[in-house]
Design a protein around this ligand. Structure first.
Ligand code: DX5
Ligand code: ZN
Length: 237
């Protein structure tokens, strides 16, 4: 089994909105990316942040990898607001406007950013097949988009496996696989073994008394799972 890097992207939606900066500082730099959820009250039944928050994060943490997850309709209006907001990567949902998917992903890359495509738990992988060769990341939602604090939907792991197999079997596919929603210490090793490269975690990290230690523990549990899987594979050889 080839071991890939496992990244953690704490979602600031899980932090106290009045103490967002303190919450990020409490990670003590143990995170890999910072995940910022943008919700428009229409594509999902919730509202969250706007481009000013992305811009403020970029000002405060110039070196951060800011992973913006757009859960919005009207990409024609909302996407341009984020292209110069300091985001490192912008992910859009395949369900939003399928006929505009190539164009929207192209405009993200044309702005010099990485581009991601997301699928909700009910959307088949087939729907994003046509864009898999032009994305840097595929986001597999592991909960219904819109709210933090939900439980991971087990069947979504199968889609991560499917995307990992497709990537291994297809020349030109180099996307990272990200999972988002309900991720915690218990299930992080399983999603990593399924092929997830980037785990988004909000409430589990920020409700922990020591978020930095929580991230360390998540990384060490994932490493142990990979070690055990390799030992198991060696025994079978
Ligand atoms: C849900 C968001 C997630 C959310 C995850 O629609 O996309 O990024 O912050 O939160 P938890 O980890 O609490 O499920
Ligand atoms: Zn998200």
């Amino acid at each position: 089994m080839s071991r890939r890097k496992f990244l953690i992207a704490p979602s600031v939606l899980g932090a106290d909105p009045l103490a967002l900066a303190e919450a990020v500082e409490s990670l003590k730099g143990r995170h890999d990316w910072l995940h910022l959820d943008i919700m428009d009250g229409h594509f999902v039944r919730n509202l969250s942040f706007g481009p000013a928050v992305a811009r403020a994060m970029r000002r405060r943490w110039p070196e951060a990898f800011i992973d913006v997850h757009l859960m919005v309709d009207r990409l024609d209006v909302v996407l341009p607001l984020f292209l110069n907001s300091g985001a490192s990567l912008i992910t859009i949902h395949a369900e939003t406007e399928p006929q505009l998917l190539h164009a929207a992903l192209g405009s993200i890359r044309a702005a010099g950013l990485q581009a991601g495509v997301a699928i909700g738990p009910a959307t088949p992988v087939e729907m994003i097949r046509p864009v898999l060769d032009c994305v840097d990341l595929v986001l597999v939602m592991s909960v219904t988009p819109g709210f933090g604090g939900q439980s991971l939907i087990e069947s979504t792991l199968e889609r991560t496996r499917q995307l990992a197999q497709l990537r291994a079997a297809t020349r030109g596919y180099s996307y990272l696989i990200e999972m988002d929603g309900g991720i915690n210490l218990d299930n992080a090793p399983r999603i990593a073994l399924a092929g997830c490269d980037v785990a988004v975690a909000g409430s589990s990290v920020f409700s922990s008394p020591d978020p930095a230690a929580y991230l360390d523990k998540m990384k060490s549990e994932v490493k142990e799972a990979f070690d055990n899987a390799e030992i198991g594979a060696d025994r079978q050889d």
